[in-house]
Design a protein around this ligand. Structure first.
Ligand SMILES: Nc1ncnc2c1ncn2[C@@H]1O[C@H](COP(=O)(O)OP(=O)(O)OP(=O)(O)O)[C@@H](O)[C@H]1O
Ligand SMILES: Nc1nc2c(c(=O)[nH]1)N[C@H]1C(S)=C(S)[C@@H](COP(=O)(O)O)O[C@H]1N2
Length: 214
């Protein structure tokens, strides 16, 4: 069932030292799973995405969620709806990126793309190899549609934090992909994403940084 909900932990408008309010963000979440969508097992994809993003982001978040089967036309339709009608700034999918016959999330994502962003898939596979040797089986992609960034993540619920957060404390550090998402949204004219640096330090060039909050 389509749903749009507010992040209960970050609803009030906060002010920065520079007096700019923290901007709200609309995030679409799509869990692609034949078994979770038909009730064979409970969906853990959307809760895992909300848990990580709710920890990482200071912005008030409106979630728009979809739990759907591995059907290419349905996945593309959900992505178009989340970007074009629901006006999501960022859309994350989980599941359906592997080599199995029914894994078609990358094809469905590329079908709605204005531009491809290959760096995200490259970095996710590089990070994931530090967790599992089967990381190379994920064909995950990221694309721009309109002013929104759409990113595929693997279906295994633990892979969500692994790929978004990476291993920033490792030597050498392995940055997760989310560090690059705030500046990507800046370049698309989206909301200014602010992160809890203990979870994920957003990287922006100095010229794009706003004063830090106290
Ligand atoms: N949405 C989900 N909720 C809970 N667990 C999941 C979810 N998606 C995947 N998993 C777990 O991760 C494993 C690997 O995910 P994968 O996407 O390959 O599943 P799958 O074999 O394609 O099946 P399905 O599409 O029915 O979830 C699954 O076997 C399941 O244990
Ligand atoms: N970080 C991370 N990446 C991962 C995994 C994982 O557990 N953690 N699982 C891999 C496996 S086993 C598969 S088959 C592919 C594709 O998974 P999907 O079809 O569920 O999207 O993602 C890979 N990438």
């Amino acid at each position: 069932m389509p749903t749009a909900t507010q992040n209960p932990t970050r609803t009030q408008t906060k002010m920065s030292t520079s007096n700019l309010p923290i901007e709200p963000v609309r995030i679409g979440l799509v869990s692609v799973s034949d078994r979770a969508s038909s009730g064979v097992y409970e969906d853990k994809g959307i809760p895992a995405l909300q848990a990580w993003l709710g920890r990482a982001l200071l912005n008030p978040i409106t979630w728009v969620t979809r739990l759907i089967p591995d059907e290419q036309a349905g996945i593309s339709a959900a992505l178009r709806d989340l970007v074009d009608a629901e006006q999501c700034d960022l859309v994350l999918t989980t599941g359906g990126t592997g080599p199995a016959l029914r894994d078609v999330t990358p094809e469905a994502t590329l079908a709605v793309a204005d531009k491809e962003m290959p760096g995200f898939g490259e970095q996710m596979r590089a990070i994931s190899l530090k967790f599992v040797p089967t990381a190379i089986l994920s064909r995950q992609v990221a694309v721009i549609r309109g002013k929104a960034l759409i990113i595929n993540l693997p279906g295994q619920p633990k892979s969500i934090a692994e790929t978004l957060e990476g291993l920033p404390q490792a030597n050498p550090p392995a940055p997760g992909i989310f560090a690059a998402v705030p500046y990507c949204l800046d370049l698309l004219g989206g909301p200014y994403l602010e992160t809890d640096t203990s979870v994920c330090a957003a990287f922006r060039p100095k010229s794009a940084q706003r004063p830090a909050r106290s």
